[in-house]
Ligand binder design. Sequence first.
Ligand SMILES: [Zn+2]
Length: 70
Amino acid sequence: MRTHFEQIAVEEVRALIALMDDGPTLEQIEVVPCPTCGAKPGEKCKLINGESRMDPHHNRRRTAEDLLSS
Ligand SMILES: [Zn+2]
């Protein structure tokens, strides 16, 4: 069971991670739908041929960043 103090620390670390130059994690990016390829939350971005992309589309990353910074 987590103490109250530990819970705060976890949230501070999350906030710091969100501020890092690397931007949101893949996990965070994938909770938003992709405006480029239409991938739903929890799905990976797709190539034109329907295969999964290794990296999420730039616009999806930007959307996730906007959500994290708001
Ligand atoms: Zn995409």
